[in-house]
Design a protein around this ligand. Structure first.
Ligand code: GDP
Ligand code: MG
Length: 441
């Protein structure tokens, strides 16, 4: 995928503005990426149309290429579609607040109930009571009791022979009498949706009037999970969704379909079997994963926020006049470090593995950037203006001592500086503006 978007960048870089054709080229790739990520086809179509409308004719930021601009629009739109950051469980109601957990058998309801209980207890200091309404599976109530012990959260005492609605009423009553803040009701599931299951859930809902009705779905089941959500929502009106086994689903597209089709917020993600393996939902992360394009978007954002355009503009003018000196060189080093150092920049750019290997060979790393800044700041102003002419052997020794480096380091820096100047002259001849011009916009 990085390769795919990398190519697009190269193609778009050479053009000035976003035409319909440019956007179309990116959107064709985005479409494939979304389908590969397991996003439902109608959702993909809708999304592509929407982004195309926004992107064609959009203003391109000065500091980035049109291709990057399109990808940023794609990303922002994905995030918007995925919904708000970290929606939490809404507990703003009279205590004890009933929270109903529903879903198919094996989706992770019981585990998730315990995970949520632990989280509410530890992070929100809530007094939580859990109750299993699953009277079908013989060991289901016992399973919740054991998980409750692990989480340090009490469970409603098991009374043999009680039916789900009776257990639910007893749980709410116990919650009231014993002063609990929240009562989590874990229901039974079936291998597929059927009327008996739905009737039972509806009866429990009517008896307890839950403030939250959370559907637990297995992310690995992709499109089926979306269908399940639709069916449950029709019967019991969901207030939110918890996706489980996200740890096993590298694609992430189900979340987008889920959100687009049901309109329900995804509130939490299950990321493992352990009782603490529960995460808040971060649309940014999911969007990045769906697009599978490294962190192009954050590079774009970082570039926009950290590059001082005036500085870049000035540096460029100097380069073109041929009086780029070591002060300017130091400025460039600082900018690179602000963007997360070489490693940071490299990791964010698509298709730079080769370049990275070359740099590793040449021993260019962040430690070296710092060293070079230290060397430059140990020079006098005059030395920095015209280093290649002035710096004789004794001056080089003094600078090495002053910066805590070796003369060889100073020599290496000067050699690099000279190479850079040569390269700049070369570029000027070719009429190309290169890296700095791009940064300056
Ligand atoms: P229920 O039938 O819906 O109550 O499902 P359970 O809570 O009993 O979970 C079924 C299985 O899925 C158990 O083995 C859980 O450990 C496992 N499980 C639940 N959530 C997750 C998750 O987020 N990731 C992984 N890898 N396994 C999970
Ligand atoms: Mg269960």
């Amino acid at each position: 995928l990085t390769g795919r978007f990398g190519d697009i960048f190269d193609r778009l870089k050479k053009r000035g503005a976003l035409s319909e054709e440019d956007v179309g080229a990116v959107m064709r790739e985005v479409r494939v990426a979304l389908l590969e990520a397991d996003v439902a086809l109608p959702v993909v179509k809708d999304f592509v149309t929407r982004v195309r409308e926004r992107a064609v004719g959009a203003e391109v930021l000065r500091s980035i290429t049109p291709g990057q601009q399109v990808v940023k629009i794609v990303h922002d739109e994905l995030v918007a579609m995925l919904g708000a950051e970290s929606e939490t469980i809404d507990l703003a109601a009279v205590a004890p607040v009933p929270v109903l957990m529903v879903g198919l058998q094996g989706s992770g309801k019981t585990t998730t109930t315990a995970k949520i209980a632990l989280r509410l207890k530890d992070k929100e200091r809530k007094r939580v009571l859990m109750a299993s309404l699953d009277v079908r599976r013989p060991a289901a109530q016992e399973q919740l009791r054991v998980l409750g012990e692990q989480a340090g959260v009490p469970t409603l005492p098991i009374v043999a022979g009680q039916q789900p609605v009776e257990i639910a009423r007893r749980a709410m009553e116990t919650g009231r009498l014993e002063g609990y803040d929240v009562v989590l009701l874990d229901t039974a599931g079936r291998l597929s949706i059927d009327e008996a299951l739905m009737d039972e859930v509806v009866a429990v809902r009517d008896a307890t009037k839950p403030h939250e009705t959370l559907l637990v779905v297995d992310a690995m089941t992709g499109q089926d999970a979306v269908e399940t959500a639709k069916r449950f929502d029709e019967r019991v009106t969901l207030t939110g969704i918890v996706m489980t086994r996200v740890d096993g689903d590298a694609r992430g597209g189900a979340a987008l379909s889920m959100r687009a089709v049901t309109g329900k917020p995804i509130k939490l993600l299950g990321v493992g079997e352990r009782i603490d393996a529960l995460e808040s939902f971060h649309p940014e992360r999911v969007a990045g994963r769906i697009l599978g394009m490294g962190d192009v978007v954050s590079l774009v954002e970082k570039a926009a926020e950290t590059i001082d355009r005036d500085e870049a503009e000035k540096t460029l003018a100097k380069l073109e006049k041929g009086n780029f000196d070591l002060d300017d060189f130091a400025g460039q080093l600082r900018q690179m470090r602000r963007m997360g150092g070489l490693g940071g920049i490299m990791n964010m750019l698509p298709g730079v593995a080769k370049m990275k290997a070359q740099m590793a060979n040449a021993n260019v790393d962040d430690g070296m950037l710092k060293k070079q800044e230290a060397i430059i700041s140990s020079m006098t102003k005059r030395e920095r203006k015209d280093p290649l002419k002035i710096l004789n052997a004794s001056r080089r020794r003094r600078i090495a001592t002053g910066s805590g480096t070796e003369v060889a380091d100073v020599n290496r820096l000067l050699k690099q500086f000279q190479q850079m100047q040569d390269a700049m002259k070369q570029m000027k001849k070719l009429g190309k503006k290169g890296f700095l011009r791009q940064m300056a916009g």
